[in-house]
Design a protein around this ligand. Structure first.
Ligand code: C5P
Ligand code: MG
Length: 224
């Protein structure tokens, strides 16, 4: 094999559909993913949730490191996050018969929420884990996101739902995640959804775009 040969992804994108879900902190990614799971039987994997679970797992060699990165709003080194995602995908596919209703077309369906947050994660995942089909990009104002996060912070117990961490998360989002959106826009893979409206209104738009994708209708860059 020549040194320049492309690696083969672990999962074949003709058998496994991956939709990335991006947007600033507080844009409503998790909320909308939960709705789409109801609609289409996706397996929802939140990178942030997987990192928090690993942080709290007894005996994890990464626990302290993850806690620090999350509190500072920084992006955890991609090897850790990608391995957690790959393991979770493998486990979900292994238990697919239990989820057979949702996967009636026989194709594993994943909503990968809060990932890729940085260019290196995007490239490595597409090349080595599974080529993504679409990016759902939820967008709203910083003012709105700050309001939602402070409200969530009253009960979330998250160490990063405070004003200081939130400001850092906004900066990292602009500097590191926006280039990822631009990268996928160039590949015509981004569905941009205005997430300022009510949860139900945003849900209707997201449901429509994802429905079209699953029906095999070409979804180029669209804004709804
Ligand atoms: O998506 P969520 O808001 O749950 O992410 C919380 C934090 O987890 C991020 O601010 C970041 O520190 C970390 N994270 C990461 N890489 C990702 C997703 C989340 O480092 N792909
Ligand atoms: Mg979330």
């Amino acid at each position: 094999m020549s040194a320049s040969a492309a690696p083969t992804p672990v999962f074949d994108s003709s058998k496994v559909a991956v939709i990335f879900v991006l947007g600033g902190p507080g844009a409503g990614k998790g909320t909308q993913c939960a709705n789409l799971v109801q609609d289409y039987g996706f397996c929802h994997l939140s990178a942030g949730d997987l990192l928090r679970a690993e942080q709290n797992r007894e005996g994890s060699e990464y626990g302290a490191m993850i806690r620090n990165y999350i509190r500072e709003g920084q992006i955890v080194p991609m090897e850790v996050t990608i391995k957690l995602l790959e393991n979770a995908m493998r486990a979900a596919l292994a238990s697919a018969p239990a989820a057979a209703d949702g996967w009636a077309d026989g194709r594993g369906r994943f909503l990968i929420d809060g990932f890729p947050r940085k260019m290196d994660q995007a490239v490595k995942f597409d090349d080595e884990v599974c080529r993504s089909s679409l990016v759902l990009f939820f967008t709203t104002t910083e003012e709105e996101m700050l309001k939602r996060l402070l409200e969530r912070g009253k009960t979330s117990g998250r160490e990063d739902d405070n004003e200081e961490s939130i400001k850092k998360r906004f900066r990292v989002y602009k500097e590191q995640t926006m280039p990822v959106i631009a990268h996928y826009s160039k590949q015509s893979k981004v569905a941009t959804i205005d997430a300022t409206a009510t949860i139900e209104e945003v849900h209707e738009k997201a449901k429509d775009v994802v429905g079209k994708l699953l029906a095999g209708e070409v979804t180029r860059n669209v804004t709804v």
